[in-house]
Design a protein around this ligand. Structure first.
Ligand code: FES
Ligand code: FES
Length: 161
């Protein structure tokens, strides 16, 4: 039986007909909507490559049953830049070489945005590393990632002041 899934994705309302009620949010985003910026790494909640924001909270889209988030607002990496203006976290990742192959980067960036919003890590590198520990990087670009998150935290705090 086909069911309709209603989501607001990067600010656009979508009604998606789902044949399979077991579809994950990750597969809906990548295969039904064509938003392939969200990556599939492990598909079992271990790597963080699929991190998106669901109603502002970071979540592994590979573990999220799409239908259980009916009515939610989803933000993916494609929804961050405003035209040519990158989100401060995206810009900081570039400034600090927070990536090599880039495969983990969309998940890292989404997770960093949520971490900064949560306000738990602040400017403490150890807490940033802990807060980002659900996002693995096989290229081990961790030093740059931590610097980027700290830099973006400073920028975003400044913008909010
Ligand atoms: S693909 Fe979702 S956690 Fe790895
Ligand atoms: S930049 Fe290659 S996996 Fe992180």
């Amino acid at each position: 039986m086909t069911q309709t899934l209603n989501l607001t994705i990067n600010g656009t309302a979508r009604a998606i007909a789902l044949d399979d009620p077991r579809a994950t949010l990750l597969d809906v985003l990548r295969e039904r909507i064509g938003l392939t910026g969200t990556k599939k790494g492990c598909d079992r909640g271990q790597c963080g490559a699929c991190t998106v924001l669901i109603d502002g909270r970071r979540m592994n889209a590979c573990l999220a049953l799409a239908l259980s988030h009916d009515g939610a607002s989803i933000t993916t990496v494609e929804g961050l830049a405003q035209g040519c203006d990158l989100h401060p976290v995206q810009a900081a990742f570039i400034r600090h070489d927070g990536f090599q192959c880039g495969y983990c980067t969309p998940g890292q960036i989404m997770s960093a945005i949520a971490l900064i919003a949560e306000g738990e890590a602040g400017l403490d590198p150890e807490r940033v590393r802990e807060g980002m520990s659900g996002n693995l990087c096989r290229c081990a670009a961790y030093a740059g990632i931590t610097e980027a998150v700290l830099d973006a935290t400073r920028t975003m705090k400044g913008n909010a002041a």
